[in-house]
Design a protein around this ligand. Sequence first.
Ligand SMILES: Nc1ncnc2c1ncn2[C@@H]1O[C@H](COP(=O)(O)OP(=O)(O)OP(=O)(O)O)[C@@H](O)[C@H]1O
Ligand SMILES: C[C@@](O)(CCO)CC(=O)[O-]
Ligand SMILES: [Mg+2]
Length: 387
Amino acid sequence: MEVKARAPGKIILSGEHAVVHGSTAVAASIDKYTYVSLRFSTPSDNDDTLKLQLKDMSLEFSWSVSRIKEALPESGSLRSSTPASCSMESARSIAALVEEQNIPEGKIGLASGVSAFLWLYSSIQGFKPATVVVTSELPLGSGLGSSAAFCVALVAALLAFTDSAGLDVNQQGWLLFGEKELELVNKWAFEGEKIIHGKPSGIDNTISTYGNMISFKSGNLTRMKSNVPLKMLITNTKVGRNTKALVAGVSERTLRHPDAMAFVFSAVDSISKELSTIIQSPAPDDLSVTEREEKIEELMEMNQGLLQSMGVSHAVIETVLRTTLKYRLSSKLTGAGGGGCVLTLLPTLLSGTVVDKVITELESSGFQCFIAGIGVKGVEICYGVSS
Ligand SMILES: Nc1ncnc2c1ncn2[C@@H]1O[C@H](COP(=O)(O)OP(=O)(O)OP(=O)(O)O)[C@@H](O)[C@H]1O
Ligand SMILES: C[C@@](O)(CCO)CC(=O)[O-]
Ligand SMILES: [Mg+2]
């Protein structure tokens, strides 16, 4: 029996970092996915290992299930229907299991993803031998929610054969979970994100699970229906960074300057609320489309300024901002910043020639550009495929 799951990446239109401190943020899914396929071994395979294949990186990790059982005995008593946090003791055992795999030095950032995998797999499926194959269209560690898409797709595949899935394994094509099941996927994925991010707000796993567009505050989501056709250019600066370290940096700055940072977070909250109102207001005529876009551009610029004051911008992000500004286009970093990806609003009436020119100039600086499809469905699964 085999199942494949796919979960989308995301952009944050406003509110990253501040959302960790209780402000509102607005996020949308994008049409780039992480895929996870799962196949349990059968007795005829004569194989008692759990394998994780990261296809894009040509890496394979494997553990005998008895070794995992010995290291993580508490996982055996957990239930797939009750998401559980990784204890300090389990985190230590997982670190040992990951270390045994000798991840190449240049790819050591994967250790947190592999740790999340071990926790989620053993907690949801126990100690069954299986092969899990991962591929992704998302650049890792670039602000497009690769960590959350990985956790969401993995959890969806792991829950697909449990009673918690609530789906018929004989159905064909991509299937959506029901509401209760989505909630369960989201909660487990959040536990994985905690292992990768340290202190996530939950916005990334939530948008990857539910898809479309959401506003998010203090762990609660509000689904949004966009009435503005948003076209966003995404520029990957290819400067690598790590969300956990950036989030920790903002928390340290907040401890040093609590009063000033409270105002910064409150300003971001107002920006996100205004942005949600504009995006959801009823369909306008052509003139007001332009007016709305101008407001969105101004809010993006204001948010970028506040992200800079949180200390999460980067020289390379400033280069992208300067380049797009030459074409009178507004941009902001998206996700954790510190490098990674930048969003640029492409107004509806902007000519294709200008879009081509700005992309050519950005790519000549060594950046990678693409126009994302925004607001796709959240996590989906497909039974009976072979990877
Ligand atoms: N396809 C994948 N396979 C294995 N591990 C992954 C995969 N995708 C993400 N990860 C794990 O997540 C880490 C990147 O997560 P990180 O949160 O730093 O960046 P991001 O999620 O891409 O950006 P952001 O959190 O700003 O949206 C990787 O270093 C790896 O540990
Ligand atoms: C930087 C951050 O706000 C968004 C990362 O995509 C972290 C989080 O909310 O968990
Ligand atoms: Mg992440």
